[in-house]
Design a protein around this ligand. Structure first.
Ligand code: ASC
Length: 153
C-alpha cells in the first residue's frame, strides 16, 4: 500500500519535470495529448462509476483491471500542460488560464487525484462493491473539484 501511494506521489510531483523531450511538440500537440490522456482516464473510470451507481452490474475483475490502469494513467495528462497556455489553433481547449496562474493548486489537485486512484486500486482488490462504491465517489470528487476550478464547460 505504502509503495503504491509513494509511487503515485513521485509521478504527480514530476508533473512539470519532463521538459527536455518536449521541445519539438507544437501547441496543438499538447492539447491533443492531454485531451487524449483524459479521455483514456474517462474510458476506464466510466464503468467503475457505472457500477458504483448501479447502472451496470458489478464485475470485480473489470473493476480491478480498470482501477489498476487508472493508477498508471493518473500521472500522464499533466505534462500536456507544461509551458502553456497553448494555442490549439482552432480554440479547441477547455483549459482555463487559472491552471498556469495557480499552478501549485493545480498540481495539488493532480496529486490528490493520484492518491485517490492509488487507493481505488487497493480497494478494488477486495472484490466488494460497497467499499469500491465509496472510493469511486472519492475519486469522482477529485475530478469534479479540478473541473470546477480549471475547466471550461
Ligand atoms: C466521470 C467523468 C468525469 C468525472 C466527473 C466527476 O465519469 O468522465 O469527468 O466522472 O464527472 O464529477
Amino acid at each position: 500500500m505504502r509503495k503504491l501511494i509513494a509511487g503515485g506521489l513521485v509521478a504527480a510531483t514530476a508533473l512539470v519535470g519532463a521538459s527536455g523531450a518536449l521541445a519539438q511538440q507544437k501547441d496543438e500537440d499538447f492539447v491533443k495529448y492531454r485531451q487524449g490522456a483524459f479521455q483514456t482516464i474517462a474510458w476506464h473510470f466510466g464503468p467503475l462509476a457505472g457500477m458504483a451507481k448501479g447502472d451496470i452490474d458489478f464485475d470485480a475483475e473489470l473493476a480491478q483491471r480498470n482501477a489498476e490502469r487508472l493508477a498508471q494513467l493518473a500521472s500522464m495528462p499533466w505534462e500536456g500542460f507544461e509551458g502553456g497556455p497553448h494555442d490549439a489553433g482552432d480554440g479547441h481547449t477547455h483549459a482555463k488560464e487559472a491552471i498556469w496562474e495557480e499552478m501549485d493548486k493545480f498540481e495539488g489537485g493532480a496529486e490528490k487525484f493520484q492518491q485517490e486512484v492509488d487507493k481505488l486500486a487497493e480497494v478494488a482488490q477486495q472484490g466488494e462493491l460497497g467499499p469500491l462504491r465509496q472510493q469511486v465517489g472519492a475519486v469522482g470528487d477529485t475530478c469534479k473539484k479540478c473541473h470546477d476550478n480549471f475547466k471550461e464547460d
